[in-house]
Design a binder for this molecule. Structure first.
Ligand code: GLN
Length: 608
């Protein structure tokens, strides 16, 4: 029987519920258990694919092409698992399933209602997905973390809270525990418990009892013993059921912070985890994971040399918009024993007109670019800032500063090259000007022109390296010398086949292509410390203990020639791809943006 740990939130959202939930999962993994995770987002969108990053953070992409909430990234990274689109439940997905069933006549004669039809659909979904293997063992997980987005008491999350209330009886007491994450504000040095009392009261009123109350103290001061006693007293839980999570220097410390407060022992007892069979190999595996994690976090405190990376993007107001990019840089910096100093530049501030409209910003932006050890241009959509991005790319190319371009960053590196090396002065991406004279980047033929949700080229796709560049390509070495690799994609545009010959002849090497050799996926300059662009989004496959290869190369190059050399040799010796080749994209599911429950082919196929 799967053990379920529901993580709910109270008072306010955005206090790190996802980190607490994934840290809990990680801790259980260190005991040898197999852990999976489900994130519930109570919004009506089918998925996060159509949401603006500024509003909801980055759109995270899975192997199967699912465009999901960024918390799934936390789970994949912390738990080292591969999740599917079904691991992200939204109100949109549940309602669609129920409505489709109703149209098919599955509920014939009945009134279809939130309770029990919607709440049953939620519970069935969780039960089904919690059993899907997510790691190399290919076995059913022992524990499923279910993170309930939003805060308890919202109108939006009500059906999910009610579903969880019913679920505790469906699976039984020993198989269901609840962690409620609450806020403990610090008011002029005094920790206040009233918001926690109120939210726990609301939770109980809805029929859910907290097994653990995780108190977020959003200052760098631990939860005080007196606050803990008070919460225990007024929320009717034992003191050991109250844990504090104050701000720490790095989120990688959160698992250790929770561990030091005994949550593993508590959950072991509460969920009778001793009854779960753990093989000696898994136990060993867990132990080594725990040790490596501890080593990583303690080493992080002792890093003195730093590396400055300047990220030239569009949504620089929020780190969440580029969450996985930041994580990939962090993981790579750990590996290179460097402290990461990340600078954000809004690409439009680099453009000439900013000199007049906002000279101070223009000056600061250029200062960040010229003082960087490495320049990164991430993925994005739309023309705003693209000229500024290309100015940064040109600087990096000419000054031989390590550069890494991802998706849009890759495409713009091609445009910049076409303009300044091939002499196509008005080259541009077809995304910005569909009638351009030299659209060196064009709309891909297979992409829908009418539908936005789930219609890009999405998910895990292969890249085949060009044998001719094997001797010098740094990217190839970073992937351990493998001839074929897999990364996740999310794009509508590609390098225009009509210009490939001209681009390549002038020295822009496309070292990685799709399986047919028609689509350009990795570019690299031979005569440069590190100038790499990738059409994929390798940031979605990074792991704290196994950084994404092209990011690692980039950060290593930014840290110096010797570091890069050391990392290239290390990767050639020991790189293990994180993904099995078998994890293929399900094109049909992609087209519809969600899995198709069996037997509804006819209805689904009637859709445009
Ligand atoms: N806008 C570009 C495209 O659709 C790049 C996408 C991206 O960076 N994710 O191809």
């Amino acid at each position: 029987m799967t053990k379920y740990i529901v993580v709910s939130g109270g008072v306010v959202s955005g206090i790190g519920k996802g980190v607490i939930a994934s840290s809990t999962g990680l801790l259980l993994k260190t005991t040898g258990l197999k852990v999976t995770a489900i994130k519930i987002d109570p919004y009506m969108n089918i998925d996060a694919g159509t949401m603006r990053p500024q509003e909801h953070g980055e759109v995270y992409v899975l192997n199967d092409g699912g465009e999901v909430d960024l918390d799934l990234g936390n789970y994949e990274r912390y738990l080292d698992v591969t999740l599917s689109r079904d691991n992200n439940i939204t109100t949109g997905k549940i309602y669609r399933e129920v409505i489709e069933k109703e149209r098919r006549g599955d509920y014939l004669g009945k009134t279809v209602q939130i309770v029990p039809h919607v709440t049953n659909a939620i519970q069935d979904w969780i039960e089904r997905v919690s059993k899907v293997p997510v790691d190399d063992t290919n076995e059913e997980p022992d524990v499923c973390i279910v993170e309930l987005g939003g805060t308890v008491g919202d109108i939006e999350s009500a059906p999910f809270v009610e579903a969880m209330r019913q679920f505790q009886f469906r699976v039984g007491y020993d198989n269901f525990a609840l962690i409620h994450v609450s806020l403990v504000p610090d008011m002029h040095g005094e920790q206040k418990t009233k918001p926690t009392q109120t939210t726990v009261h609301a939770l109980r009123g809805l029929g859910l009892l907290p097994d653990l109350i995780a108190c977020r103290v959003v200052v760098q001061k631990p939860l005080e013993p007196a606050t803990k006693s008070k919460i225990s007293m007024f929320c009717h839980v034992a003191p050991e059921q109250v844990v504090g999570v104050h701000d720490v220097s790095s989120v990688y410390h959160v698992p250790l912070l929770l561990q030091s407060q005994g949550i593993v022992q508590y959950l072991q007892k509460r969920l009778n985890l001793a009854s779960v069979k753990i093989t000696p190999e898994m136990q060993q595996h867990g132990l080594s994971l725990g040790n490596r994690w501890r080593e990583l976090t303690s080493r992080q405190e002792r890093l003195f040399d730093d590396v400055t990376i300047t990220l030239v993007g569009k949504y620089t107001d929020m780190g969440d918009s580029y969450m996985s990019v930041v994580k990939s840089l962090e993981h790579s910096a750990f590996r290179c024993n460097r402290k990461l100093i990340l600078k954000w530049v809004d690409a439009s501030d680099l453009e000439p007109q900013a000199q007049i409209t906002s000279p101070a910003k223009y000056h600061d932006a250029w200062k960040a670019v010229v003082s960087a050890n490495g320049i990164l241009v991430p993925g994005g959509f739309g023309i705003r800032g693209s000229e500024g991005m290309m100015l940064a790319i040109k600087w990096a190319r000419e000054q031989k500063i390590p550069f890494f371009g991802i998706c849009l960053g890759f495409q713009l590196a091609v445009v910049e090259w076409a303009r300044h090396i091939c002499g196509l002065t008005n080259a541009i991406s077809g995304e910005f000007d569909s009638k351009a004279e030299h659209p060196v980047i064009v709309f891909m033929p297979e992409i829908s022109k009418t539908h936005m949700g789930g219609t890009m080229r999405l998910g895990l796709r292969p890249t085949v390296f060009d044998p001719e560049s094997e001797s010098w390509s740094k990217v190839r070495k970073l992937y351990g010398g493998a001839p074929k690799i897999w990364e996740r994609h999310r794009h509508r545009y590609e390098v225009n086949p009509a210009y490939i010959e001209q681009l390549a002849a002038s020295g822009l090497s496309f070292v990685g292509k799709d399986e047919r050799g028609e689509r350009m996926q990795v570019l690299e300059l031979e005569d440069h410390p590190y100038f790499v662009g990738v059409q994929a989004h390798p940031e979605f496959c990074t792991r704290p203990l196994n950084p994404s290869p092209p990011f690692l190369g980039f950060v290593a190059a930014a840290s110096g020639e010797a570091v890069l050399k050391e990392q290239l040799e290390g990767q050639l010796r020991s790189f293990k791809p994180p993904h099995p080749e078998s994890a293929m994209v399900d094109e049909a599911a992609l087209r519809h943006g969600s899995p198709r429950p069996q037997g509804e082919e006819a209805i689904m196929d009637a859709e445009p």
